[in-house]
Design a protein around this ligand. Structure first.
Ligand SMILES: [Zn+2]
Length: 153
């Protein structure tokens, strides 16, 4: 984890991760770390829980149960970071220069959620209005079409 990161209340979501120092583009900011679970075990563990910090990786059969700095990084449709996967580790990297005092943000690209919506309130000019990935939106559209036709299970 980079020195100078702090967790404080965020206008986007309850708490967010901020940097007290300027960060250069390409810098690795922190790891999305936590216990590893199978997706199945996580579903069972969190079936009644409203808020989870699960991050799918690899072939998406495994999830990281977020613990520590990474779990406080909020979603934005106009992010200053991206997540990259390296040998089963998820890292948050800066995709542009970040000024001191800015909130650290990346796109969640959520998928495989039982929730009907994952509305986004990030406030970016290009806000997509949802935290789902394009792929997930496509999948849902197709599903809705099939349902309308009465072909879905
Ligand atoms: Zn947004």
């Amino acid at each position: 984890m980079l020195p100078g990161l702090i967790i404080r209340s965020s206008s986007i979501h309850a708490a967010g991760c901020y940097t007290m120092r300027a960060i250069k583009k390409g810098t690795r900011i922190c790891e999305y770390d936590g216990p590893r679970l199978t997706k199945e075990a996580a579903d069972e563990l969190y079936q009644d829980r409203f808020v989870t910090y699960l991050f799918g990786y690899g072939d998406k059969e495994m999830v990281i149960d977020g613990f520590g700095t990474g779990m406080f990084v909020n979603h934005s449709c106009d992010p200053n970071c991206e997540t990259i996967e390296e040998d089963g580790h998820i890292y948050v990297n800066a995709i542009r220069d970040i000024s001191a005092g800015e909130e650290i943000l990346y796109e969640y690209n959520l998928y495989d959620s039982d929730d009907a919506t994952q509305d986004c309130y990030c406030g970016a000019k290009n806000c997509r209005g949802t935290m789902f990935s394009d792929l997930e939106l496509k999948r849902r559209k197709k599903l809705a079409k099939e349902r309308a036709k009465g072909t879905a299970k």
